[in-house]
Design a protein around this ligand. Sequence first.
Ligand SMILES: Nc1nc2c(c(=O)[nH]1)N[C@H]1C(S)=C(S)[C@@H](COP(=O)(O)O)O[C@H]1N2
Ligand SMILES: [Mo]
Length: 352
Amino acid sequence: MPFLLPIGNNKFNKALTVLIKTPKSYLLKENEVTPENVYLNRRGLLKGLGFLGAGALLSSTSTTASADWFSKDEPTKFKTTALKFQTDQNTDNLILTPEAKITSHNNFYEFGTSKTDPVNNAQGFKIDPWKLTISGECDKPYTLDLDDLTKAFALEERIYRMRCVEAWSMVIPWVGFELAKLLKKAQPNSRANFVAFETLHDPQQMPGQASRRVGGGINYPYVEGLRIDEAMNPLTLMSVGLYGKTLPAQNGAPIRLVVPWKYGFKSIKSIVGIKFVEQQPAATWNILAPNEYGFYANVNPEVDHPRWSQASERRITSGGLFARNRIDTLPFNGYGEQVADMYKNLNLRKNF
Ligand SMILES: Nc1nc2c(c(=O)[nH]1)N[C@H]1C(S)=C(S)[C@@H](COP(=O)(O)O)O[C@H]1N2
Ligand SMILES: [Mo]
Protein backbone atom coordinates (compact mmCIF):
# COMPACT_ATOMS: atom_id res chain seq x y z
CA MET A 1 0.00 0.00 0.00
CA PRO A 2 1.35 3.44 -0.85
CA PHE A 3 1.41 5.98 1.92
CA LEU A 4 2.21 9.63 2.26
CA LEU A 5 5.46 10.56 3.84
CA PRO A 6 6.67 14.06 4.57
CA ILE A 7 10.46 14.01 4.63
CA GLY A 8 13.28 16.44 5.14
CA ASN A 9 13.23 20.16 5.80
CA ASN A 10 15.56 23.10 6.25
CA LYS A 11 15.09 26.81 6.27
CA PHE A 12 15.75 27.25 2.55
CA ASN A 13 13.88 24.38 1.03
CA LYS A 14 10.34 23.23 1.49
CA ALA A 15 9.73 19.67 2.54
CA LEU A 16 7.88 17.68 -0.11
CA THR A 17 5.21 15.12 0.43
CA VAL A 18 6.42 12.04 -1.33
CA LEU A 19 4.34 9.11 -2.31
CA ILE A 20 6.50 6.06 -1.76
CA LYS A 21 5.27 3.40 -4.11
CA THR A 22 6.09 -0.26 -4.38
CA PRO A 23 9.61 -0.11 -5.82
CA LYS A 24 10.04 -1.34 -9.35
CA SER A 25 12.94 -3.65 -10.02
CA TYR A 26 14.99 -0.99 -11.82
CA LEU A 27 14.96 1.47 -8.97
CA LEU A 28 17.81 1.45 -6.55
CA LYS A 29 16.17 0.61 -3.29
CA GLU A 30 17.18 2.60 -0.29
CA ASN A 31 18.41 -0.47 1.47
CA GLU A 32 20.77 -1.19 -1.41
CA VAL A 33 22.32 2.20 -0.97
CA THR A 34 24.73 3.13 1.73
CA PRO A 35 22.78 5.02 4.32
CA GLU A 36 24.77 8.25 4.59
CA ASN A 37 23.02 9.74 7.59
CA VAL A 38 19.85 10.40 5.65
CA TYR A 39 18.85 6.82 5.74
CA LEU A 40 19.09 6.72 9.49
CA ASN A 41 17.40 10.09 9.88
CA ARG A 42 14.57 8.90 7.77
CA ARG A 43 14.23 5.75 9.81
CA GLY A 44 14.00 7.92 12.89
CA LEU A 45 11.32 9.98 11.26
CA LEU A 46 9.42 6.93 10.14
CA LYS A 47 9.51 5.59 13.65
CA GLY A 48 8.22 8.90 14.93
CA LEU A 49 5.36 8.72 12.51
CA GLY A 50 4.59 5.21 13.60
CA PHE A 51 5.41 3.59 10.30
CA LEU A 52 8.22 1.32 11.40
CA GLY A 53 7.09 -1.74 13.21
CA ALA A 54 3.58 -1.33 11.88
CA GLY A 55 4.52 -3.22 8.76
CA ALA A 56 3.93 -0.26 6.50
CA LEU A 57 7.43 -0.25 5.09
CA LEU A 58 7.52 -3.99 4.81
CA SER A 59 4.58 -3.94 2.48
CA SER A 60 6.11 -1.14 0.43
CA THR A 61 9.22 -3.15 -0.37
CA SER A 62 9.23 -5.98 -2.80
CA THR A 63 11.93 -8.44 -1.81
CA THR A 64 12.46 -10.50 1.27
CA ALA A 65 15.97 -9.12 1.51
CA SER A 66 14.63 -5.62 1.86
CA ALA A 67 11.94 -6.76 4.27
CA ASP A 68 14.72 -8.15 6.38
CA TRP A 69 16.51 -4.82 6.39
CA PHE A 70 13.54 -2.95 7.56
CA SER A 71 12.82 -5.44 10.29
CA LYS A 72 16.15 -4.64 11.96
CA ASP A 73 16.43 -1.51 13.92
CA GLU A 74 20.05 -1.06 14.76
CA PRO A 75 22.04 1.73 13.10
CA THR A 76 25.39 -0.08 13.33
CA LYS A 77 24.04 -2.84 11.14
CA PHE A 78 23.51 -0.34 8.37
CA LYS A 79 27.01 1.03 8.83
CA THR A 80 28.49 -2.41 8.41
CA THR A 81 26.63 -2.86 5.17
CA ALA A 82 27.80 0.54 4.03
CA LEU A 83 31.37 -0.60 4.38
CA LYS A 84 30.64 -3.76 2.50
CA PHE A 85 29.24 -1.84 -0.41
CA GLN A 86 32.03 0.67 -0.37
CA THR A 87 34.88 -1.80 -0.46
CA ASP A 88 33.43 -4.38 -2.81
CA GLN A 89 34.94 -3.52 -6.18
CA ASN A 90 32.75 -6.05 -7.94
CA THR A 91 29.53 -4.30 -7.18
CA ASP A 92 28.54 -0.87 -8.26
CA ASN A 93 29.31 1.19 -5.20
CA LEU A 94 25.89 2.47 -4.46
CA ILE A 95 26.67 5.06 -1.89
CA LEU A 96 24.29 7.98 -1.65
CA THR A 97 26.31 11.05 -2.53
CA PRO A 98 26.11 13.46 0.42
CA GLU A 99 23.59 16.24 -0.03
CA ALA A 100 26.32 18.84 0.54
CA LYS A 101 28.20 17.56 -2.52
CA ILE A 102 25.15 17.22 -4.75
CA THR A 103 24.34 20.85 -4.03
CA SER A 104 27.84 22.35 -4.27
CA HIS A 105 29.51 20.51 -7.18
CA ASN A 106 27.35 21.44 -10.15
CA ASN A 107 27.25 22.08 -13.85
CA PHE A 108 24.88 24.95 -14.56
CA TYR A 109 26.69 27.26 -16.98
CA GLU A 110 23.98 29.92 -16.75
CA PHE A 111 25.59 30.68 -13.37
CA GLY A 112 29.20 30.22 -14.43
CA THR A 113 31.42 27.42 -15.67
CA SER A 114 33.29 26.32 -12.54
CA LYS A 115 31.80 23.61 -10.33
CA THR A 116 31.26 26.01 -7.42
CA ASP A 117 29.86 28.91 -9.47
CA PRO A 118 26.25 27.67 -9.41
CA VAL A 119 26.05 27.37 -5.62
CA ASN A 120 27.75 30.74 -5.23
CA ASN A 121 25.83 32.64 -7.91
CA ALA A 122 22.36 31.11 -7.88
CA GLN A 123 21.23 31.81 -4.34
CA GLY A 124 19.10 34.85 -5.26
CA PHE A 125 17.44 32.99 -8.12
CA LYS A 126 13.70 33.71 -8.14
CA ILE A 127 11.42 30.90 -9.19
CA ASP A 128 8.12 32.51 -8.23
CA PRO A 129 6.28 33.18 -10.49
CA TRP A 130 7.18 30.28 -12.81
CA LYS A 131 5.46 29.02 -15.90
CA LEU A 132 6.09 25.71 -17.62
CA THR A 133 4.23 25.39 -20.92
CA ILE A 134 3.57 22.09 -22.67
CA SER A 135 2.83 22.75 -26.33
CA GLY A 136 3.48 21.75 -29.93
CA GLU A 137 2.13 18.61 -31.62
CA CYS A 138 -0.60 17.76 -29.12
CA ASP A 139 -4.35 18.18 -28.68
CA LYS A 140 -4.35 19.62 -25.16
CA PRO A 141 -1.48 22.09 -24.62
CA TYR A 142 -1.38 23.45 -21.08
CA THR A 143 0.63 25.48 -18.59
CA LEU A 144 1.74 24.70 -15.05
CA ASP A 145 2.60 27.37 -12.49
CA LEU A 146 5.01 26.98 -9.60
CA ASP A 147 2.44 25.51 -7.26
CA ASP A 148 1.31 22.98 -9.87
CA LEU A 149 4.82 21.60 -10.27
CA THR A 150 4.75 19.83 -6.91
CA LYS A 151 0.98 19.23 -6.86
CA ALA A 152 -0.24 18.26 -10.32
CA PHE A 153 1.34 14.80 -10.17
CA ALA A 154 1.97 12.49 -7.20
CA LEU A 155 5.61 12.74 -6.19
CA GLU A 156 7.88 9.77 -5.66
CA GLU A 157 11.47 9.33 -4.63
CA ARG A 158 13.87 7.80 -7.17
CA ILE A 159 17.43 6.99 -6.28
CA TYR A 160 19.42 7.17 -9.53
CA ARG A 161 23.03 7.12 -10.60
CA MET A 162 24.01 10.35 -12.37
CA ARG A 163 26.96 10.16 -14.78
CA CYS A 164 28.43 13.37 -16.15
CA VAL A 165 30.16 13.19 -19.53
CA GLU A 166 33.23 14.56 -17.70
CA ALA A 167 33.58 11.13 -16.02
CA TRP A 168 32.41 11.90 -12.51
CA SER A 169 29.21 10.50 -11.05
CA MET A 170 26.89 10.65 -8.08
CA VAL A 171 24.00 8.69 -6.58
CA ILE A 172 21.12 11.08 -6.02
CA PRO A 173 17.78 10.62 -4.24
CA TRP A 174 15.51 12.66 -6.53
CA VAL A 175 11.92 13.57 -5.85
CA GLY A 176 9.67 13.92 -8.86
CA PHE A 177 7.24 12.28 -11.24
CA GLU A 178 7.48 10.41 -14.53
CA LEU A 179 7.74 12.75 -17.50
CA ALA A 180 5.28 10.44 -19.29
CA LYS A 181 2.51 11.56 -16.93
CA LEU A 182 3.03 15.20 -17.84
CA LEU A 183 3.28 14.40 -21.55
CA LYS A 184 0.22 12.16 -21.75
CA LYS A 185 -1.95 14.83 -20.19
CA ALA A 186 -1.30 17.00 -23.26
CA GLN A 187 -2.41 14.21 -25.63
CA PRO A 188 0.43 14.23 -28.16
CA ASN A 189 -0.62 13.62 -31.77
CA SER A 190 0.91 11.31 -34.41
CA ARG A 191 3.46 13.94 -35.50
CA ALA A 192 5.01 14.09 -32.01
CA ASN A 193 8.22 12.19 -32.76
CA PHE A 194 10.44 14.12 -30.37
CA VAL A 195 10.17 16.27 -27.24
CA ALA A 196 12.11 19.55 -27.01
CA PHE A 197 13.02 21.19 -23.70
CA GLU A 198 14.05 24.74 -22.94
CA THR A 199 15.61 26.38 -19.87
CA LEU A 200 14.56 29.80 -18.60
CA HIS A 201 16.16 32.71 -20.46
CA ASP A 202 16.67 35.56 -18.00
CA PRO A 203 20.06 37.30 -18.32
CA GLN A 204 19.24 39.54 -15.35
CA GLN A 205 19.12 36.52 -13.10
CA MET A 206 21.62 34.32 -14.88
CA PRO A 207 25.03 35.96 -15.25
CA GLY A 208 26.16 33.34 -17.75
CA GLN A 209 23.40 34.44 -20.10
CA ALA A 210 24.46 38.08 -19.79
CA SER A 211 28.10 37.40 -20.66
CA ARG A 212 29.47 34.88 -23.15
CA ARG A 213 32.64 34.67 -21.09
CA VAL A 214 30.81 33.80 -17.86
CA GLY A 215 28.43 31.44 -19.69
CA GLY A 216 31.09 29.42 -21.50
CA GLY A 217 30.24 30.67 -24.99
CA ILE A 218 26.89 28.89 -25.11
CA ASN A 219 24.00 30.46 -27.03
CA TYR A 220 21.20 30.53 -24.48
CA PRO A 221 18.60 29.42 -23.67
CA TYR A 222 19.96 25.94 -23.02
CA VAL A 223 17.92 23.44 -25.01
CA GLU A 224 17.69 19.66 -25.07
CA GLY A 225 15.65 16.94 -26.67
CA LEU A 226 14.56 13.31 -26.46
CA ARG A 227 12.93 10.92 -28.85
CA ILE A 228 9.29 10.43 -27.84
CA ASP A 229 9.87 6.82 -26.71
CA GLU A 230 12.79 7.94 -24.54
CA ALA A 231 10.67 10.72 -23.09
CA MET A 232 7.85 8.27 -22.34
CA ASN A 233 10.16 5.66 -20.76
CA PRO A 234 9.16 5.12 -17.12
CA LEU A 235 12.74 5.87 -16.01
CA THR A 236 12.58 9.43 -17.34
CA LEU A 237 11.84 11.76 -14.48
CA MET A 238 10.82 15.34 -13.98
CA SER A 239 12.50 16.27 -10.72
CA VAL A 240 11.25 18.93 -8.34
CA GLY A 241 13.39 17.95 -5.38
CA LEU A 242 16.25 15.98 -3.87
CA TYR A 243 16.86 14.57 -0.42
CA GLY A 244 13.17 15.12 0.31
CA LYS A 245 13.21 18.87 -0.26
CA THR A 246 12.46 21.18 -3.18
CA LEU A 247 15.38 21.59 -5.59
CA PRO A 248 18.08 24.11 -4.73
CA ALA A 249 18.57 26.71 -7.49
CA GLN A 250 21.94 25.25 -8.46
CA ASN A 251 20.36 21.85 -9.17
CA GLY A 252 17.73 23.26 -11.51
CA ALA A 253 14.88 24.72 -9.44
CA PRO A 254 12.00 24.59 -9.70
CA ILE A 255 11.89 21.69 -12.16
CA ARG A 256 14.46 19.78 -14.22
CA LEU A 257 14.74 16.67 -16.30
CA VAL A 258 16.54 13.52 -15.10
CA VAL A 259 17.43 10.89 -17.72
CA PRO A 260 19.59 8.45 -15.73
CA TRP A 261 20.93 6.34 -18.62
CA LYS A 262 22.27 9.38 -20.49
CA TYR A 263 25.16 11.73 -19.78
CA GLY A 264 24.19 14.50 -17.38
CA PHE A 265 24.03 17.26 -19.98
CA LYS A 266 20.75 15.77 -21.29
CA SER A 267 19.17 16.44 -17.88
CA ILE A 268 18.27 20.05 -18.57
CA LYS A 269 17.58 22.35 -15.63
CA SER A 270 15.06 25.07 -14.74
CA ILE A 271 12.68 24.19 -17.56
CA VAL A 272 10.07 26.66 -18.87
CA GLY A 273 9.09 24.95 -22.11
CA ILE A 274 8.34 21.40 -23.26
CA LYS A 275 7.29 21.00 -26.87
CA PHE A 276 6.22 18.02 -28.97
CA VAL A 277 7.97 18.29 -32.35
CA GLU A 278 8.20 16.30 -35.56
CA GLN A 279 11.94 16.66 -36.28
CA GLN A 280 14.91 15.99 -33.99
CA PRO A 281 15.27 19.18 -31.94
CA ALA A 282 18.45 21.14 -31.25
CA ALA A 283 20.48 20.22 -28.17
CA THR A 284 22.93 22.71 -26.66
CA TRP A 285 26.11 20.64 -26.29
CA ASN A 286 25.47 18.83 -29.55
CA ILE A 287 25.34 22.18 -31.37
CA LEU A 288 28.44 23.44 -29.58
CA ALA A 289 30.65 20.43 -30.40
CA PRO A 290 28.82 17.76 -32.44
CA ASN A 291 31.92 15.58 -32.70
CA GLU A 292 32.18 15.41 -28.87
CA TYR A 293 28.55 15.39 -27.69
CA GLY A 294 25.96 13.39 -29.58
CA PHE A 295 22.20 13.85 -29.55
CA TYR A 296 21.67 10.45 -27.92
CA ALA A 297 24.42 10.74 -25.29
CA ASN A 298 23.71 7.31 -23.84
CA VAL A 299 26.29 6.41 -21.21
CA ASN A 300 28.63 4.04 -23.02
CA PRO A 301 31.97 2.79 -21.64
CA GLU A 302 32.88 1.53 -25.14
CA VAL A 303 32.72 4.86 -26.88
CA ASP A 304 35.29 7.30 -25.57
CA HIS A 305 34.99 11.04 -25.66
CA PRO A 306 37.54 12.28 -28.25
CA ARG A 307 39.59 13.78 -25.40
CA TRP A 308 39.17 11.24 -22.60
CA SER A 309 38.11 7.68 -21.78
CA GLN A 310 34.56 6.88 -20.74
CA ALA A 311 35.46 3.41 -19.45
CA SER A 312 35.48 4.44 -15.81
CA GLU A 313 34.27 7.24 -13.59
CA ARG A 314 34.99 8.93 -10.29
CA ARG A 315 32.04 8.34 -7.97
CA ILE A 316 31.63 11.31 -5.70
CA THR A 317 31.06 10.07 -2.18
CA SER A 318 31.84 11.32 1.26
CA GLY A 319 35.53 11.14 0.41
CA GLY A 320 38.00 10.75 3.27
CA LEU A 321 38.07 7.17 4.43
CA PHE A 322 36.08 6.07 1.41
CA ALA A 323 38.17 7.76 -1.25
CA ARG A 324 38.61 4.54 -3.25
CA ASN A 325 35.99 5.58 -5.69
CA ARG A 326 37.17 4.95 -9.25
CA ILE A 327 34.61 2.53 -10.67
CA ASP A 328 33.81 0.97 -14.03
CA THR A 329 31.22 2.79 -16.08
CA LEU A 330 28.22 0.62 -16.92
CA PRO A 331 26.50 0.52 -20.32
CA PHE A 332 23.47 2.79 -20.17
CA ASN A 333 24.72 3.74 -16.71
CA GLY A 334 23.40 0.44 -15.37
CA TYR A 335 19.89 0.81 -16.80
CA GLY A 336 20.35 -1.35 -19.90
CA GLU A 337 17.65 -3.81 -18.93
CA GLN A 338 15.09 -1.03 -19.01
CA VAL A 339 16.29 0.98 -22.00
CA ALA A 340 18.57 -1.02 -24.35
CA ASP A 341 15.58 -2.25 -26.37
CA MET A 342 14.87 1.27 -27.57
CA TYR A 343 18.21 1.26 -29.40
CA LYS A 344 18.27 -2.23 -30.89
CA ASN A 345 18.15 -0.83 -34.44
CA LEU A 346 20.66 1.93 -33.82
CA ASN A 347 24.42 1.90 -34.28
CA LEU A 348 25.45 3.30 -30.89
CA ARG A 349 28.97 4.07 -32.05
CA LYS A 350 27.65 6.29 -34.82
CA ASN A 351 24.73 7.60 -32.79
CA PHE A 352 26.72 8.36 -29.65
N1 LIG B 1 20.18 24.59 -18.18
C1 LIG B 1 21.22 23.79 -17.92
N2 LIG B 1 21.01 22.49 -17.62
C2 LIG B 1 22.04 21.66 -17.35
C3 LIG B 1 23.39 22.14 -17.41
C4 LIG B 1 23.58 23.51 -17.71
O1 LIG B 1 24.73 24.02 -17.77
N3 LIG B 1 22.49 24.31 -17.95
N4 LIG B 1 24.44 21.26 -17.17
C5 LIG B 1 24.17 19.83 -17.41
C6 LIG B 1 25.26 18.96 -16.96
S1 LIG B 1 26.66 18.94 -17.92
C7 LIG B 1 25.13 18.11 -15.90
S2 LIG B 1 26.34 16.99 -15.51
C8 LIG B 1 23.94 18.18 -15.01
C9 LIG B 1 24.41 18.43 -13.59
O2 LIG B 1 23.33 18.38 -12.70
P1 LIG B 1 23.63 18.67 -11.15
O3 LIG B 1 24.41 19.94 -11.07
O4 LIG B 1 22.28 18.77 -10.52
O5 LIG B 1 24.42 17.50 -10.65
O6 LIG B 1 23.03 19.23 -15.38
C10 LIG B 1 22.85 19.39 -16.77
N5 LIG B 1 21.80 20.35 -17.02
MO1 LIG C 1 27.75 17.02 -17.33
